[in-house]
Design a protein around this ligand. Structure first.
Ligand SMILES: Cc1cc2nc3c(=O)[nH]c(=O)nc-3n(C[C@H](O)[C@H](O)[C@H](O)COP(=O)(O)OP(=O)(O)OC[C@H]3O[C@@H](n4cnc5c(N)ncnc54)[C@H](O)[C@@H]3O)c2cc1C
Length: 324
């Protein structure tokens, strides 16, 4: 019987595992994909917004040759931390359900069952895209995930959204020779776009290298074109590929099955939990990392979410050690 099972081997799940293990608890991580699976799926040339010391977990230094680490640096760092701490990892195993109660939980996965006294949910937000809810969204030339620009040189690419991910994708695609049209529901490039990215995008739009339509809604996506409604009227944009980078949200169906109750007073449907311990309304079930913000996915990130680990580990250790 484990003392604690952590669901999700992202940066915060790893932090929770190593802090609990250092307190002498029996710990395992279960992860539906690869180690730090979200980072594996991020754009290939992604650069973190944070400086390396703000991404560190377990006190391991994160040395990089760049001011801002690259995705590969992060993948390497978290892998080294996980192996140095000899964390027990059950990778490519998806959690489906949770039954029982604190002290005697059964976690059902697609490979079997795991017995544990406590459970930490650190499942992040990157698996469920916010849908456009338009006709044609499920066509094969539409994706909610952007990796790299090179397959799109000389093609007509539509990028939907005007936050950081869309801004970076639009700029990279343009520089790799694609003809980019940015479709934006709001009236301008979002203020939340990082200060070193926003002027680059705004200037590329001003000089006409990127076509941008603001206050624009998508009517339908078809093979070869996107139909939109702009303030000047309907428009058809010739399109080879669409990147709908409109954000993501936690898997609410999974959270419901696990017994994580959303806060009815929070528009973002963040889980109800005790901020001192991160325990949810289901005793023995904890939340950590980005999932704590519900649909407000920028409320918690690695920089601040990694500190949930110490709170949870201290509380668990006190409880488990008392009970033996
Ligand atoms: C492009 C980009 C750049 C970013 N840059 C920064 C930055 O510079 N600084 C910063 O602090 N934050 C940054 N973030 C945000 C940061 O990456 C996330 O906040 C962070 O990954 C959260 O960590 P987490 O461990 O809570 O969740 P995640 O890293 O998302 O990990 C959750 C894990 O749970 C797994 N999982 C989900 N469901 C199941 C299931 N049913 N069973 C088993 N496993 C499951 C997933 O596969 C995943 O590996 C960035 C995000 C993006 C998209």
């Amino acid at each position: 019987m484990l003392d604690v099972l952590i669901i999700g081997a992202g940066p915060v799940g790893l932090a929770c595992a190593l802090e609990a293990q250092r307190k002498g608890l029996q710990v395992a991580l279960v992860e539906k994909g690869a180690l730090v699976n979200s980072l594996v799926g991020y754009p290939t040339n992604m650069e973190f917004f944070s400086t390396p010391e703000l991404l560190e977990i377990g006190g391991y230094p994160f040395p990089t040759s760049h001011y801002k680490p690259l995705r590969e640096d992060g993948l390497d760092y978290y892998q080294r931390v996980a192996t140095s701490e000899k964390l027990t990892l059950r990778l490519h195993e998806r959690v489906l359900n949770l039954t029982g109660e604190q002290g005697n939980f059964t976690v059902t996965t697609d490979k079997g069952e795991i017995q544990t006294r406590n459970v930490v949910v650190a499942t992040g937000f990157y698996d469920v895209p916010n849908p456009l809810n338009v006709l044609g969204e499920d066509l094969p030339h539409v994706s909610h995930y952007y990796k790299e620009p090179y397959q799109h040189a000389t093609q007509n690419i539509v990028v939907v959204g005007a936050k950081n991910s869309s801004a970076k994708a639009a700029l990279q695609l343009t520089r790799a020779g694609a003809n980019v049209t940015l479709l934006v529901r709001g009236s301008e490039v979002s203020d939340s776009v990082k200060y070193w990215i926003r002027p680059d995008l705004v200037n590329r739009i001003a000089e006409g290298r990127i076509t941008a339509h603001f206050n624009t809604t998508i009517v339908a996506i078809r093979p070869g074109a996107v139909d939109v409604l702009t303030p000047a009227g309907p428009l058809t944009v010739p399109t080879d590929f669409v990147y709908a980078l409109t954000g993501y949200h936690p898997d609410e169906a999974l959270l419901g099955r696990l017994g994580v109750e959303p806060d009815p007073a929070d528009e973002a449907r963040a889980p109800l939990f005790d901020p001192a311990t991160h325990e949810t309304t289901r005793p023995g079930l904890f939340v950590a990392g980005t999932v704590c913000g519900g649909r407000a996915t920028s409320r918690w990130f690695i920089e601040n979410g990694r500190h949930h680990a110490q709170l949870i580990a201290a509380h668990l250790a006190a409880g488990v050690l008392q009970s033996v």
